[in-house]
Design a protein around this ligand. Structure first.
Ligand code: NAD
Length: 361
């Protein structure tokens, strides 16, 4: 298979971690007979330095023409960088919003997986962790409260703020379809999270999710109220496979789920549109404090590349091989500084990438 990937190294540790993910993809290509071609575009602070804007129209068009996009991270030291002495729409992170909007990426997917080797970093008690957890949060990304009309006015002498939460059935249906499709590639269980006991938007959400579920008789559907879900994530995380939810609930729940894994350098993510196209990136930022020092953990980016193989290219076997290689390297005791523990062997960014690539069979 020929896969055309646009890569966005970005700022800070971005170039270092994307380099390792490409090393791993190249190894997948060798072993399984695929070819990955890379076109690099600038986004974030490096684009501001070169062109005065965080994302140019040309760069966006290049991304649109690819099969998938792999992103490192953008942004600098917020309190100490000239990139932030400008209007918010010209700062590095504005590039992220522009590319998500430009590519119509309405579905955000963040796995939360607990590696048995990293169990000590999980803040939950052993009896709660049980045999671990492996879930995906599927969050609607372009609708709901964050995109509704808002204003602040004075009403009867009191400052009054209004935000509106709107969803139409089409916006709900397309994210629900994504969640059920992804559940089919996993343990076939969707937990749809809403606040249907209070909100009209949630009652519509529930009704449309049930309509979609009717087309997936092999996938189990459960509804859960968002307050209960927040509790269940720290009481019994092992029960979840795919959590499907709207924008704001997903924003909060996905951070909660990532915190219980205990290691930010391990968390991948994907943003998808209606086609197989996706933008894949680690959940962490550009970590300017450790940039250029060979200290960054490349695993979140490597696992994001594995998601790209699985969801944009339908290369499930190859994605499994990358994930297995990551588990093997951890089992052999190799750790970057952020996940290092007594008795383990500390390695840098490039060595970690190389070790994972070597273990792809
Ligand atoms: P951050 O995620 O970059 O860093 C938080 C802490 O985690 C730091 O101590 C950092 O060294 C560490 N860390 C992060 N990734 C790591 C990795 N792979 N390996 C080892 N350690 C790692 O968050 P921040 O410090 O709040 O933000 C830094 C910059 O990144 C800011 O400019 C912010 O706006 C930007 N940011 C970008 C994205 C993105 O590109 N999607 C996301 C979040 C933040």
């Amino acid at each position: 298979m020929d896969c055309r990937v646009v890569i966005i190294p970005g700022d800070g540790i971005g170039p270092e971690i994307v380099r390792e993910a490409c090393k791993v993809l190249d190894r997948v290509g060798q072993v399984y007979g695929h070819s990955f071609s890379y076109t690099e575009i600038l986004m974030g602070g490096c684009s501001i330095d070169a062109y005065g804007v965080p994302l140019t129209e040309e760069a966006l068009e290049t991304a649109k023409a690819a099969d998938a996009v792999l992103l490192g991270a953008v942004g600098g030291d917020v309190g100490n960088s000239r990139w932030y002495d400008v209007a918010p729409n010209l700062r590095p992170e504005a590039g992220l919003l522009a590319i998500r909007k430009g590519l119509n990426l309405f579905a955000n997917m963040r796995p939360a997986y607990l590696y048995s080797q990293l169990q000590a970093a999980c803040p939950l008690k052993e009896e709660i962790i049980g045999s671990g957890f492996d879930m995906v949060i599927m969050r609607e990304l372009t609708g709901g409260l964050y995109f509704g009309d808002r204003h602040t006015e004075t009403v009867n002498g009191l400052r009054t703020a209004v935000d509106t939460l709107t969803y139409n059935e089409e916006e709900i249906r397309r994210i629900a379809v994504k969640a059920f499709d992804i559940a089919r590639k996993r343990r076939k269980k969707v937990t749809s999270v809403d606040k249907a006991n209070v909100l009209d938007s949630s009652r519509l959400w529930r009704a449309v999710v049930e309509e979609v579920a009717a087309g997936y008789p092999d996938v189990e559907l459960k509804h859960m109220l968002v307050d209960n879900c927040a509790m269940q994530l720290v009481m019994n995380p092992g029960q979840f496979d795919v959590i499907l939810t709207e924008n704001m609930f997903g924003d909060i729940l996905s951070d909660e789920a990532s915190m219980i894994t205990g290691s930010i350098g391990m968390l991948s993510s994907a943003s998808l549109n209606e086609t197989k196209f996706g933008l894949y990136e680690p959940s962490h930022g550009s970590a300017p404090d450790i940039a250029g020092k060979d200290l960054a953990n490349p695993i979140a980016t490597i696992l994001s590349a594995a998601m790209m193989l699985r969801y944009s290219f339908d290369l499930d076997k190859e994605a499994d091989a990358v994930e297995a290689a990551v588990r093997q390297v951890l089992a052999e005791g190799y750790r970057t500084a952020d996940i290092w523990a007594e008795g383990c062997r500390k390695v840098g960014t490039a060595e970690m990438g190389g070790l994972i690539a070597e273990r792809i069979h």
